[in-house]
Design a protein around this ligand. Sequence first.
Ligand code: FAD
Length: 407
Amino acid sequence: MIDLEIPKRLRPLVDQAHAIATSVFRPISRKYDLAEHSYPKELDLLAAILDGVNDGGAGASASQLKRDTTPEEPGSDGAPKNRNGGNLATVLGMMELCWGDVGLALTIPRQGLGNAALSAVGTDEQKARFGKRWIAMAITEPNAGSDSAAIRTHARLDGDSWVISGEKIFVTAGDRAEAVIVWATLDAALGRAAIKSFFVPKGSPGMKVVRLDHKLGIRASDTATIVFDECRVPKENILGSAEIETDKSFAGAMKTFDNTRPVIAAMACGVARAAIDRTREILKDAQPRDANLRSPWLGSNADAELARLEAELEVARLLTLNAAWMADNRIPNSLQASMAKAKAGRAVTEITLRCVELCGATGYAEADLLEKWARDAKILDIFEGTQQIQMLVVARRVLGKTSAELR
Ligand SMILES: Cc1cc2nc3c(=O)[nH]c(=O)nc-3n(C[C@H](O)[C@H](O)[C@H](O)COP(=O)(O)OP(=O)(O)OC[C@H]3O[C@@H](n4cnc5c(N)ncnc54)[C@H](O)[C@@H]3O)c2cc1C
């Protein structure tokens, strides 16, 4: 039976995340959009509250966001014990938080994209050891963006340490996070199979944040360039196996995307929802009195357009929930994760811009948040794989082609 309702168990999490979005994020949203690179200190208190709720074992709570997205072990009948597990909880919570502010959601301490990566590829022991930190994820390099197989950062074993050298750019929370998961090759000649991920704590010898980027949107979130110069980490900090299995390509590290792409799609759904909600409010309130808003769009045309945007958002939302649910149930979801990310990235870009347009000057002005959401939206169609790359992944999966056959 298809049941599209939010599971009862996850309702408190959704409500809590929405309350945080309303009472913590929205009031400081513009402040940190304008004050790029200043740390939103209000989030420390939030993180402490979330940690307290988590330690108190209050069931599914907003503190679980991006923590552990690993499904529980199957029960005696072979079925997973918890079909609505960590991935579904994460995407549902993320939609609500990003309704508040996506840049701030990316800045909540201990909830980095690297935490989802650790869940995807770390061993249970590593998840227990590293999981309580705030972890960023560093894949992109000056000469390796969409083609992550082209990375040149390398790692070699020296006694009991891995020694990592290379440069990583555009690392979200790269300055603020307590650790970074770094993709590096053990042997560039062996191609994708030799790419592994490493847990690198901030302050490791040889690791240095050298630059922070100024950006179009998500300005509350820091984006850093990090140089690794003979950076040493303990031998145990390689995630998963150190063996190079050439027959498996780099499926190991790539599993990261199966967990993180639905999370980004969820962020997109949250921002799009915010834009539609706000547009409805503006048009409803403004019709009788704001001359700026008297345009041919008002009335039934605007209603029809909003209904179309709602439909776009609902498609993205259902694809996102499906991809997360599949991950929870250990069903391979690379195709669905990419479909969700492609659809949601495109939808949020279109929806936020159309909402600005529907609200005219009010939509474009800094007095409201609509223009900010239109700027914040575009990154959701870029990072964790661009729109074009998601479509490429979808095409490969649907047509049964390898990455060498369809590039
Ligand atoms: C604010 C921000 C935060 C980020 N955070 C992180 C992070 O935390 N960690 C991290 O590792 N990276 C991060 N990134 C990097 C991001 O993932 C990359 O920017 C993205 O993967 C695209 O890579 P690129 O910028 O090198 O573009 P390119 O790969 O050079 O692509 C340029 C254009 O060409 C298109 N293109 C490329 N290849 C193909 C193809 N085969 N077919 C069709 N079109 C193609 C792309 O879609 C794009 O439109 C972040 C980037 C930004 C801007």
